[in-house]
Design a binder for this molecule. Structure first.
Ligand SMILES: C[S@@+](CC[C@H](N)C(=O)[O-])C[C@H]1O[C@@H](n2cnc3c(N)ncnc32)[C@H](O)[C@@H]1O
Length: 282
């Protein structure tokens, strides 16, 4: 583990200061929803501690997911009563920054977190995958030991199960019911494997989160009538936050500003509908 991953970085920009100062606001607004189940007993202090920990971890381990996005994921997980069986699944963990935070959230929720990754970085590019280029193979690599070490140090490794391998080999063997999925997998081919294999295991009111909310064509999978008809014989579920992410307090005029630091997330639910069914001429 690098020294970098052990000590929080200093706040050295206005942007970072803004995120730090937002901690009480995120604890107050993102995690103070009417629909959060009372059995989680989220007092103000508990919410503040959780959000602070999420923020601190994103500064200790290099990660592509913001603490604000993770607080939004927590809010949705805490909506689901404990009596609903199912695990949380993360696909794509890099160095384990997002994994550490998800493990903290799962510990509170009393859920197991299953983590799928190659632990060798991104795979070989597939033909026609708009986001895969030969140069990206192996990018975002964190070894299993590195990820496990980070989670043990900054999260709760006792709630995590790691499943190493390429998604097209590991995910077809997935058997557990799932209440929430976090996919941060970059390539279209990888997202395809995640959705095809895990969607059938998702609880009816369970959530599917994707980190690639800024890419309109990537989000297009969740609006594609042909994709959902072909693989699931149903209409598309849609994707809340397509193009801009869900409102977690960031300032962002997108979707084509690549200098923005990603602070949001997008999600859908199995029982959502993104299907246009009105035909004026019929
Ligand atoms: C952008 S990184 C994940 C970042 C992480 N969620 C975070 O916020 O720190 C993408 C991850 O997806 C994994 N990945 C992508 N496609 C994969 C595939 N087909 N099979 C296995 N792992 C894959 C890579 O190994 C990498 O760890």
């Amino acid at each position: 583990m690098s020294g970098n991953a052990q000590r929080p970085r200093r706040i050295n920009s206005l942007n970072e200061l803004y995120h730090f100062l937002s901690i009480p606001l995120v604890a107050t607004f993102t995690l103070n929803k009417r629909y959060i189940h009372s059995e989680y007993k989220l007092t103000w202090l508990k919410r503040f501690r959780l959000v602070f920990k999420l923020w601190r971890n994103t500064r200790r381990i290099e990660t592509g997911t913001s603490y604000k996005a993770q607080a939004a994921i927590a809010a949705k997980l805490f909506e689901i009563p404990k009596s609903v069986p199912g695990v949380v699944v993360e696909c794509g963990c890099w160095k384990g920054g997002s994994t550490s935070n998800l493990s903290v959230i799962c510990k509170i929720a009393g859920r197991t977190l299953i983590v799928y990754d190659s632990f060798e970085g991104l795979p070989e590019a597939e033909i026609n995958d708009r986001y895969a280029t030969p140069g990206t193979k192996g990018a975002f690599m964190g070894t299993l030991d590195e990820v496990r070490g980070n989670v043990a140090r900054f999260g709760f490794v006792d709630v995590v199960e790691f499943r190493k391998g390429w998604f097209n080999e590991t995910l077809p063997k997935h058997a557990e019911k799932v209440v929430l999925i976090c996919a941060d997998v970059d390539f279209q081919a990888s997202l395809h494997d995640v959705v095809i294999n895990l969607w059938p295991h998702l609880y009816e009111q369970g959530y599917f989160f994707t980190d690639e909310y800024m890419l309109l064509d990537y989000c297009g999978m969740f609006w594609s009538e042909s994709f959902w008809k072909k693989y699931f014989d149903c209409g598309p579920p849609g994707l809340v936050g397509s193009g801009s992410g869900v409102g977690v307090g960031q300032y962002f005029l997108g979707p084509f500003d690549w200098t923005v630091d990603p602070t949001s997330i997008a999600y859908t639910r199995k029982d959502f509908s993104g299907h246009w069914n009105f035909d004026k001429d019929s």
